[in-house]
Design a protein around this ligand. Structure first.
Ligand SMILES: [Zn+2]
Ligand SMILES: [Zn+2]
Length: 667
């Protein structure tokens, strides 16, 4: 294979080494997970993207709706992006595109008609239609991306209609990127897997195969999509009342069959769920689904039909909290309530991570009296991803020199690599990767280059706000260990002028309120004594400028460490410091009367060593500032009054000033 000198230069300069020109393939998502498949192909100055999907949040990602890959690498190299190719329209392959287009342009995106039509809608919603150009492709179309890549779209079979594998010709050789696939010899839409074309490339010589590993652990061939037809037919025919079916809206073939069965069984179809309505509209418009208009009845009118003539098709097969079926199961849907004569069919299996939500939904529906059909033994769902024998057939047709399993969790990748070994690909010719790893391919070698930045970016419900690691940690702390608020009043000359108030919400602790108050006082005193100088700036004649935020942060960190160490809890700690005017009489706290068990002096690096009775210099108080007001202005703090102790059931507050003084004297 030949390559231009520019590509040689670009490769060697970037790595700072004198390397042979190579093709770099960088998965930014899709490895060690099912979701957010995003792959970068790079040669010389050209970058081509293959798919850009999203993933759904796992447990503990509170308030996160969508997970994106970290695309720092692409943002840094956006000038080199020449275009993108898309294999098919599933969310884990196109769901990230409109988000990424907010950060970098992609000159052109080539993809199947159905996927591109779905993408167009997403881009319009995100307002990024002018950040790229969309080009649709047909089977065996060849497109050129940049100087170095040409891509042939090879029709494959999958649960989504209009799906492709890719043959990517590069200066070092041909890479086959399978996309999601199974070998379905009786495809619902009659579009057969173009095995001849795969075999053609296999015959010519394939440098590397990157293949879908989703079902690498499952022996045998994946049953054809058509095989669910008779089982669904039987369930629908036997139903006495309404039939309610849930599946992925994007499983075009499944939805087509369900519509066909509704027609066959004399039932009208009502659709629920935004994505179900959208996908069916798009698929019908583009001719991927054939169903007469009068098969569909608006939900409001379908209630007038006899139950035996009704079929409701809806979203919610994954127990998503806001989807139609989930809301129905909670009795929260305005138009549809469960009847005891309903038969509810789950024609999908839960994606790992959704199992609990799915079984909870099934339980709730059963408790409402419906008959629920679910699970593998019912024959109402098959996977869209090939099993081991499908994967072997792919390997046998492509006959690759090098092999990289992709699209799967780690154990699936390991399993898939074993399958490849059983077909004679040697283990030195394979790589097991993580997101961000770099495959470097030359005509006769495969190796791992220096990894690039990869990770996750979490989007909240709006899909605009990014939930960064700090926000997520705070949400986890709130959910798991509750929140502690600390209100303190400190004068501009650095003394505590009122007892701090501590409130706990959702915190389970054996510590008594007094201890909490004591710890808090110690932290504040320590910070005032040891950090005051660094956190204030003297100004001529005026009151010093105080970094109140810095002081709050120091107290939060110190108290957090102490709670973690002493109580093994990590609540979110919120400290608010109320500034009071300089000269406000200081509050004499609890600190002296209960010496700490550790009396070693602390340094910044050793905040855990305790403070042993030291505190801000404080004359004996007679009157102290009012407990902290809601807003942090010194005007409020100047309104002084005696400290009042309130007792709230969930709060830990200081004992009264009288008690403090007495105990103090006794100590
Ligand atoms: Zn897919
Ligand atoms: Zn996929």
């Amino acid at each position: 294979m030949t390559s231009s000198s520019t590509s040689f230069k670009a490769t060697s300069t970037r790595d700072g080494k004198d390397k042979k020109p190579c093709l770099r393939v960088i998965p930014l998502g899709g490895l060690h997970e099912i979701g957010k498949n995003t792959c970068v192909f790079e040669y010389g100055d050209d970058i081509m993207l293959v798919d850009a999907g999203l993933a759904f949040p796992s447990d503990g990602m509170h308030g996160v709706n969508v997970v994106m890959p970290d695309t720092s690498y692409l943002r840094e190299n956006q000038k080199r992006i020449r275009g993108m190719v898309v294999t098919h329209g599933h969310e884990d392959h196109i769901g990230g595109i409109s988000h990424h287009l907010k950060h970098f342009n992609i000159p052109v995106i080539y993809g199947p008609r159905l996927a591109m039509s779905m993408l167009q809608g997403k881009m319009e919603e995100a307002g990024v239609t002018d950040h790229t150009t969309i080009q649709t492709v047909s089977p065996r179309d060849l497109v050129k991306v940049g100087q170095h890549f040409s891509v042939e779209f090879i029709r494959n079979t999958h649960s989504m209609a209009d799906s492709f594998s890719l043959a990517i010709t590069t200066p070092v050789g041909v890479v086959i990127f399978t996309g999601d696939f199974k070998f379905d010899h009786t495809p619902v839409d009659g579009e057969h897997f173009d095995m001849a074309r795969l075999a053609h490339y296999g015959e010519q010589g394939v440098l590397c195969l990157l293949s879908d590993s989703t079902n690498a652990e499952v022996p045998g061939f994946c049953p054809p999509e058509r095989s669910v037809f008779p089982c669904l037919d039987r369930h629908i025919a036997e139903a006495d009342g309404r039939v309610i079916i849930t599946t992925f809206a994007s499983s075009i073939h499944r939805v087509s069959m369900i519509l066909e069965l509704a027609l066959k069984n004399g039932r009208k179809v009502g659709l629920l769920g935004r994505s179900m309505l959208n996908v069916i509209a798009k698929a019908r418009e583009l001719g991927y689904m054939r169903a007469p208009d009068d098969l569909f009845v608006p939900i409001k009118q379908i209630r007038d039909l006899p139950d035996r003539e009704t079929l409701l098709l809806m979203t919610g097969s994954q127990g998503e909290p806001l989807a139609a079926l989930s809301r129905i199961s909670r009795g929260e849907h305005q138009q549809v309530q469960v009847k005891t004569t309903d038969k509810i069919i789950f024609s999908a299996s839960p994606i790992p991570g959704n199992t609990i939500s799915v079984v909870n939904t099934i339980d709730r529906l059963m408790m409402l009296g419906a008959k629920v059909v679910y699970g593998k033994s019912e024959g109402i769902h098959v996977s869209g991803h090939g099993y081991q024998e499908d994967q072997k057939l792919m390997l046998a047709l492509a006959k690759p020199k090098f092999f990289v399993p992709v699209h799967g969790e780690h154990r699936m990748l390991v399993c898939h690599s074993k399958t490849a070994q059983s077909l004679g690909v040697s283990s030195e010719n394979m790589l097991l990767l993580d997101n961000g790893d770099v495959i470097e391919l030359t005509p006769d070698s495969i190796s791992k280059g220096d990894a690039v930045k990869a990770g996750i970016e979490l989007l909240d419900a709006s899909r605009n706000g990014i939930v960064d690691a700090r926000v997520l940690k705070e949400r986890q702390q709130l959910a798991e260990d509750g929140v502690v608020t600390v209100l303190a009043a400190v004068s501009t000359d650095g003394v505590m002028v009122a007892p701090p108030r501590v409130n706990l919400r959702g915190v389970v602790t054996a510590a008594d309120p007094r201890k909490m108050s004591l710890w808090t006082e110690r932290e504040i005193s320590w910070v005032l004594e040891n950090r005051w100088k660094q956190l204030t700036r003297q100004t001529d004649g005026k009151a010093p400028e105080v970094d109140w935020m810095g002081i709050q942060r120091e107290v939060e960190v110190g108290l957090g460490r102490r709670m973690r160490r002493e109580l093994q809890v990590e609540p979110l700690i919120l400290c608010l410091v109320q500034p009071a005017p300089g000269g406000t009489p200081a509050y004499k706290g609890l600190v002296d009367d209960a010496p700490d068990d550790r009396s070693v002096s602390r340094t910044r690096g050793d905040r855990d060593a305790a403070i042993g009775g030291r505190r801000a210099p404080a004359p004996a108080p007679v009157k102290v500032a009012a407990a902290v007001a809601e807003t942090s202005t010194s005007a409020n703090a100047s309104d002084q009054s005696d400290v009042k102790t309130q007792s709230e059931p969930e709060s830990a507050e200081l004992p009264s000033g009288r008690t403090r003084r007495r105990r103090s004297a006794a100590a």
